[in-house]
Design a protein around this ligand. Sequence first.
Ligand code: SAM
Length: 215
Amino acid sequence: MDEYFERRRRMVEKLKEELNISDRVAEAMLKVPRHLFVPPEYRREAYNDYPLPIGYDQTISAPHMVAIMCELLDLKEGMKVLEIGTGSGYHAAVVAELVGKRGKVITVERIPELAKRAEKTLKELGYDNVIVVVGDGSEGYEKEAPYDRIYVTATAPDVPPPLIEQLKEGGKMVIPIGNFSQYLYLIEKKKGKIEKRNMGPVRFVPLIGKFGFKD
Ligand code: SAM
C-alpha cells in the first residue's frame, strides 16, 4: 500500500458524502494514484479537491469534476470511450478502471509534451487499455469511431459536429460549453439527433482547435 493511500481514501470518502457518488466510481478513484499524475512539487496536495497546474498553462481537473463526469457518463465494462484533453492522463486512468480490460480509452491531447508525459505515466501504471493520441480533439478521432461514450475536458463554443458523428446511436457525451459562463452538458444521441441537458455551471480551460476556440 503506498503512503498516499490514506489521503486518497479520505478524499474518496469526502466525495461520497458530498456528491453521493456510486460505489463503482468511488472504487475506481480509490485505485488511481492521483499524486503520480501531478508534478512532484504538488504531490502532497494531490488529494485535495481542486485542480493543480501540470505545466503549459494547463491543469489536472479537480477530483469532484472527474467523479461527476464519470457518473454522468454511466460507464460500463467493455465500453469504447473517447476523451478530448488528456492533460495529465488522470481522468483517462479513472475511466480505464471503469471500462476494464475489455474496454478501451482513446484520449486526444493537442500539446505533444503533455501527451508524452501522460502516456509514460499511464504505461508505467499498467494502463495498457489507454491510447494517447496527439492532435486536435475538436475533430474527434475518426480512426477508432464510433464510441459508446465521449467526454471533453476543455470548454467548447458549442458541441463539435465531428464528436456528434463519432458517437454511437444511444451513446452519451459530457462536454462543457461556453466562454465566460460555462455549463456542463449531458448529451444523448437518439435517432441521429442529440438531446442536450444542462447539468450546471463549471470552470474549464478552453478547447482550442478547428471546432473550438481560436489560439
Ligand atoms: N483530463 C485531464 C486530466 O485528467 O489531467 C485534464 C485536462 S485539462 C483541464 C484540458 C486539456 O485539454 C489540456 O491538457 C489542453 O491542452 C487540452 N486541449 C485543449 N484543446 C484541445 C484540443 N483541441 N484537442 C485536444 N486537447 C485539447
